[in-house]
Design a protein around this ligand. Structure first.
Ligand SMILES: Cc1cc2nc3c(=O)[nH]c(=O)nc-3n(C[C@H](O)[C@H](O)[C@H](O)COP(=O)(O)OP(=O)(O)OC[C@H]3O[C@@H](n4cnc5c(N)ncnc54)[C@H](O)[C@@H]3O)c2cc1C
Length: 480
């Protein structure tokens, strides 16, 4: 069996296929496994009552998890995938633990992209408006025991597991085309150090090549709003797997959708406000920061500022500031709005209204939680997301880093579907090369979660032994 691409989806597919007796070869274009998965934060969105959630004192159910995800990842989520994922989540957590991935039983409880601690559980916007109206808020971001970015540990363990199970890897090999015999996919044409190689797959081909953010032409065709931003990727996500499958009749979904990591510090935004070029707020700033990013890019064209006061800035611990300092400071809101070029009076009105309600612990416009509400006081500061995370002499960026969410249409076991919804014989896919859990919205952890869970299912199905997924059994105890 051939797996193309060795990120989290490829590693999980290879492990399950090899475990079920298939002879597995993974092709990887880079000189080693890892992909974007190894560069990632390592956050895996899991719930439904995992051992880690229980050890941290939280009660969760697959139904609550599903209610949250259907709202957060929509509109038009693949309900069958979300349901299966939520029902399989406890078992999937145990599977990750059994592969040697450690999770520490403590909770990170502050807005951030990636916690600087080893806390195993984190909130990802579950307690922010509008979600508590839909589902009981519990944290579901599961993180390997690593300070900051932990994707490398996840991938080290998946690589070890797949190799120990017998999967072989051929690196420096880029798949270019699928080979079809009749209506069945039977292999790939690849290139190794400039030379073409043809590889036959006795059972099936599983495409786990990641998304298409690195291919500007595909972005222009499908997701033009994602052109021109920094790319959240490993550099090898050129959509080649998606195009190879399209060439044999595969359908795609949600190709215009994207995750938008707006370059701001979530703790600063939550303590202040994010305003557009007219000085107006447009979202509750305590939500999952990718949600702010999508609203800022898709609705405001990234014309926005973080406005906060000195007290709010100082409250964000040094190790959560990522070196970001105010770009403008002023003694009055009037001066600040003049400095940053917001029409006279607009920001003053916004701050006045915000402060009047915040004094009563309310935010009737956007429903920010009381925890982050208080009237802003002088001195004030403004931060430009276009200059965040950049050195003082670097030119401004766009204010966002993005990756694609759309891809091949697959069923629960990773069969790639054609335009009539029928499986293409011999062809499977998982991870960011597919349209998975997220349709338009996004929550951190749903990429690694989707890739590993549906990668496992695709690997098993491609090897000819799909798993009977026992939904709710849990046993694994988290690390201390
Ligand atoms: C900095 C950063 C932080 C992130 N943080 C998180 C997080 O905390 N949680 C989360 O869920 N998601 C996170 N993401 C997103 C997530 O990492 C990816 O969406 C996910 O890892 C995709 O997994 P994958 O297996 O589908 O693809 P990848 O991990 O990208 O693997 C695809 C592999 O296929 C190879 N490949 C591509 N084309 C070919 C070809 N034609 N032939 C052979 N090989 C090929 C690539 O080289 C790559 O190794 C983050 C991403 C980045 C970059």
């Amino acid at each position: 069996m051939l797996v193309v691409g060795f990120g989290c989806a490829g590693g999980s597919a290879a492990y399950e296929a090899a475990t079920s007796g298939a002879d597995v070869l993974v092709l990887e274009r880079a000189s080693g496994p890892g992909g974007a998965s190894a560069l990632s934060g390592g956050e895996v969105y899991l719930g439904g009552g995992t051992a880690l959630q229980e050890a941290c004192g939280f009660t969760d159910t697959p139904e609550q998890m599903k209610a949250f995800l259907m709202e957060a990842l929509g509109p038009d989520c693949d309900e069958a995938k979300v349901t299966a994922y939520c029902e399989g989540s406890v078992e999937h957590y145990d599977w990750l633990v059994a592969r040697g991935i450690p999770f520490t039983a403590s909770v990170w409880d502050a807005p951030t992209w990636v916690p600087p601690t080893e806390d195993g559980l984190m909130w990802l916007g579950e307690a922010a408006y509008p979600f508590p109206d839909r589902a009981v808020p519990v944290p579901r971001g599961h993180r390997p025991t690593v300070k900051d970015f932990g994707g490398w540990l996840l991938m080290d363990k998946l690589k070890e597991a797949a190799t120990a199970a017998g999967a072989r890897t051929q690196t420096d090999t880029v798949a270019e085309r699928l080979i079809v015999d009749g209506d069945r996919v039977v292999g790939v044409v690849a290139r190794q150090f400039g030379e073409p190689v043809t590889i036959r797959a006795r059972k099936a081909v599983v495409l786990t090549t990641g998304g298409f953010v690195d291919d500007d032409e595909m972005l222009r065709q499908h997701a033009p709003q994602l052109v021109g931003h920094e790319k959240v990727s490993c550099g090898g996500e050129d959509g080649s797997g998606i195009r190879m499958a399209q060439a044999v009749g595969a359908a795609v979904r949600h190709m215009s959708a994207g995750q938008v990591a707006i370059t701001l510090i979530p703790g600063m935004a939550a303590r202040g406000m994010v305003v557009n070029g007219q000085g107006q707020r447009f979202i509750n700033e305590d939500c999952y920061p990718g949600r702010i990013g999508q609203a800022a890019l898709f609705r405001q064209g990234l014309d926005c500022w973080v406005v906060l006061d000195e007290k709010g800035y100082e409250e964000v611990p040094e190790n959560e500031r990522w070196g970001v300092r105010p770009h403008f400071v002023a003694g009055t809101v009037e001066e600040l709005e003049a400095e940053i070029g917001i029409p006279t009076g607009a920001l003053q009105k916004t701050v006045e209204l915000y402060n009047a309600h915040a004094a009563n612990g309310e935010d009737p416009l956007f429903h920010k939680r009381t925890r982050f509400l208080r009237p802003l006081e002088a001195p004030y500061a403004a931060i430009d997301p276009k200059r965040c995370f950049r050195g003082p002499t670097d030119p401004p960026g766009s204010g966002a880093a993005v990756f694609t969410l759309g891809g091949l249409q697959t069923d629960l076991d990773g069969h790639v579907l054609d335009l009539d919804g029928r499986p293409i014989p011999g062809l499977y896919a998982a991870g960011r090369s597919t349209s998975g859990l997220a349709s338009w919205g996004y929550v951190s952890g749903t990429s690694l979660g989707d890739g590993t869970y549906f990668g496992r299912r695709a690997g098993r199905a491609a090897a000819g032994s799909p798993i009977e997924w026992d939904a709710r059994s849990s046993s694994a105890a988290p690390g201390a």
